[in-house]
Write a protein that binds this ligand. Structure first.
Ligand SMILES: Cc1cc2nc3c(=O)[nH]c(=O)nc-3n(C[C@H](O)[C@H](O)[C@H](O)COP(=O)(O)OP(=O)(O)OC[C@H]3O[C@@H](n4cnc5c(N)ncnc54)[C@H](O)[C@@H]3O)c2cc1C
Length: 475
C-alpha cells in the first residue's frame, strides 16, 4: 500500500504543500486534501473587494478540478479530530457525516479561527463592525462602504474607523492596506474631504506591523517603516490611535484601552476591524480516548511544533526559538504549517494600558511565509517517503518576507509600499545591529509597486491553479 499524506486545509500553506507533494510523489503516494467549501481564496486582494475595485470572483477558484488535474483526492469537509496515536483524522463532510481518513503523514494547515467573540460585540454577525477576512465579509464590507460613498456624495459627513479589533490581534498590514485603499478610493471619487478617517491599531508604534518594525538602507541612510507610515497618515490627514486594543463594541461605538491613556471610545459610521486569530477548534484524541488538545496546542489554540515555548521577555527572544521543521514534538509525522502553528512568542514589544490590559501585536504568518512553510514540510515528507534524511528547514528567523502593500488599485494613479525584510524574526547573533540584513531589506513607495501587486495577483492565481510552469513562481 502506498503512503498516505493528508493535508488539512487548502490555503496558502496547505495548497502549496499539495502542489509540491503532487509534483514529486504522484504515483508514489496517495495525497489527500481536506478543506471545507471547495474553494481557494487569494486573500491579499480582498482589500480591493472591500472597496469595490475588484470582483469577488477574481479572488477565488474551485479546488475540485485543480486537485483532479494534480492527482490529489479532495474531501470537501472539515477535520474535527486528529487521533495521533492511530494516525487517523476524523472529518465531517458538508452534510455533517463523519469519516475516518488514515495517514502516514499529516499536515495541519487549517489557518485561523476568526475569534470575533474574543471582543464582545465585534464583527459582522453582531452587526456592528465589518471585516475583510473572508470573501463574504469583504463583499458585505464593499456594500456598506458604497453606502458610505453615496452618503458622502449627497453632502453628508462620515467617520470611518479602520484597524485591529482586539488587544492581541495580528494582520495589521492587511488592515492598513484597506485603510490606504479607502483613502485612495474616496479621493478618486472626490468625496475624501467629507470623510474622517481613523487608524486604530494595537501596534506599539506606526509601521510595526507585528514584525517589530521594518528598516531598509536607502543611499546610505536607514529608513524606517515607522517614519514612512507616519508620513503616509500625516499627509493623508488620518487620525491615529496606536498601542490601542479594542475591548468592546456597541452599535456605532468602539471602546478601547490604550497604553499611556485612560480607557476611551470612538464613535463611527463605518468600522472595519480585524478580529483576533486563534487556532481552529480541532480536537486531538489519544489512544485511550482522552482529549489531549491542551497538550498538543498552546493557549491560543495553535498547534505546538518544534519551537522553544519557554516564557521569555522581548530582550531574551532568540532566532533559535523559531521552529525549523514544524513537526509536533510528540508525533513526528504530524506537522503544522502557516497560521496553524503556534509561534513561540510575539516579535514586537508589548505595552500595557493603565488598567493592565496587555496590548500586543501578535506575529503575522503572511502568505509568503505560509507558502514557504507548506513547501518545506512537503519536501521533508518527500525525503522521508523516498528514504532520505529530511533536510529542509524554514525558521521565521531565516526566511524573508516580501509584501507589496497596496495604497490604491489603479493602473495610472495607484501606489503601493514594497517591503522586503530578511529575516522576518530578527536574529541579533547573525546581524548584530538590526537583527536583519539591511542590504537585503527594501522599503519603497510608488506606482511601480501598484503594478507589481496587480501582477502578483495574476501570477499567483496561475501558480495556485497548478498551470504549466507554476514551479517557476516562488512562494
Ligand atoms: C484581507 C487580507 C489581506 C492579506 N494580505 C496579504 C498580503 O498582501 N500578503 C501576504 O503575504 N499575506 C496577506 N494576508 C495573509 C495571508 O492571507 C495569510 O498569511 C495566509 O492566508 C495564511 O495561510 P494559511 O494556509 O495558514 O491559512 P489560510 O490561507 O486561511 O487557509 C486555511 C485553510 O484551512 C481550511 N480549514 C479551516 N478549517 C478547517 C478544518 N477544520 N478542516 C480542514 N480545513 C480547514 C480553510 O478552508 C482554508 O482552506 C492577508 C490576509 C487577509 C485576511
Amino acid at each position: 500500500m502506498q503512503p498516505q499524506v493528508v493535508i488539512l486545509g487548502a490555503g496558502f500553506a496547505g495548497h502549496t504543500a499539495a502542489l509540491h507533494l503532487s509534483s514529486r510523489l504522484r504515483g508514489k503516494a496517495n495525497i489527500h486534501v481536506v478543506a471545507p467549501g471547495n474553494r481557494f481564496t487569494w486573500f491579499p486582494s480582498l482589500i480591493w473587494v472591500g472597496t469595490g475595485t475588484m470582483s469577488p470572483e477574481e479572488c477565488r477558484f474551485d479546488l475540485a478540478p485543480v486537485y483532479e488535474h494534480l492527482g490529489v483526492s479532495y474531501h470537501n469537509g472539515r477535520a474535527a479530530e486528529i487521533h495521533p496515536d492511530s494516525n487517523t483524522v476524523m472529518i465531517h463532510d458538508q452534510a455533517g457525516a463523519a469519516q475516518a481518513v488514515d495517514y502516514d503523514y499529516c499536515i495541519n494547515a487549517t489557518g485561523p479561527y476568526l475569534n470575533f467573540e474574543g471582543t464582545p460585540g465585534l464583527g459582522p454577525r453582531a452587526g456592528t463592525t465589518l471585516s475583510v477576512c473572508t470573501i463574504e465579509h469583504a463583499t458585505q464590507t464593499r456594500d456598506e462602504y458604497l453606502d458610505v460613498v453615496r452618503a458622502l456624495k449627497s453632502g453628508m459627513r462620515r467617520r470611518l474607523v479602520i484597524g485591529i479589533g482586539h488587544p492581541a490581534a495580528t494582520c495589521e498590514g492587511a488592515a492598513f492596506e484597506y485603510l490606504m485603499n479607502v483613502d485612495a478610493d474616496l479621493r478618486r471619487r472626490g468625496v475624501r474631504d467629507r470623510a474622517e478617517l481613523v487608524w486604530l491599531s494595537n501596534e506599539p508604534e506606526p509601521g510595526d506591523f507585528g514584525v517589530d518594525g521594518i528598516e531598509a538602507r536607502k543611499r546610505g541612510v536607514v529608513a524606517t517603516g515607522a517614519s514612512l507610515v507616519r508620513m503616509l497618515v500625516d499627509e493623508r490627514d488620518i487620525k491615529t490611535f496606536m498601542a490601542a486594543g479594542v475591548t468592546r463594541v456597541d452599535p456605532g461605538k468602539a471602546h478601547f484601552e490604550q497604553a499611556g491613556s485612560d480607557p476611551s471610545s470612538i464613535e463611527f459610521d463605518f468600522a472595519m476591524f480585524i478580529p483576533q486569530f486563534r487556532g481552529i477548534p480541532l480536537k486531538y484524541i489519544a489512544a485511550d480516548g482522552r482529549d489531549i488538545s491542551k497538550e498538543m496546542t498552546q493557549p491560543n489554540g495553535f498547534m505546538s511544533v518544534d519551537a522553544d515555548y519557554s516564557a521569555k521577555s522581548y530582550e531574551q527572544y532568540k532566532a533559535a526559538d523559531w521552529p525549523a521543521t514544524y513537526q509536533s514534538p510528540k508525533y513526528r509525522n504530524l506537522y503544522a504549517a502557516g497560521i496553524a502553528f503556534a509561534p513561540p512568542h510575539p516579535l514586537s514589544k508589548g505595552k500595557k494600558s493603565p488598567n493592565g490590559v496587555a496590548i500586543q501585536a501578535t506575529v503575522p504568518r503572511t502568505g509568503m511565509a505560509s507558502g514557504i512553510m507548506g513547501k518545506t514540510v512537503a519536501l521533508n515528507i518527500v525525503d522521508a517517503i523516498e528514504g532520505r534524511q529530511p533536510s529542509h528547514h524554514a525558521r521565521m528567523s531565516e526566511i524573508p518576507a516580501a509584501c507589496i502593500a497596496s495604497m490604491g488599485n489603479s493602473f495610472w494613479h495607484g501606489s503601493a509600499a514594497s517591503i522586503i525584510m530578511m529575516p522576518v524574526a530578527r536574529d541579533f547573533e547573525r546581524y548584530p545591529h538590526y537583527g536583519r540584513d539591511l542590504n537585503l531589506c527594501e522599503l519603497d513607495v510608488g506606482l511601480a509597486g501598484a503594478w507589481t501587486k496587480r501582477a502578483l495577483h495574476t501570477a499567483f492565481m496561475w501558480k495556485m491553479h497548478g498551470h504549466a510552469g507554476w514551479q517557476l513562481i516562488p512562494e
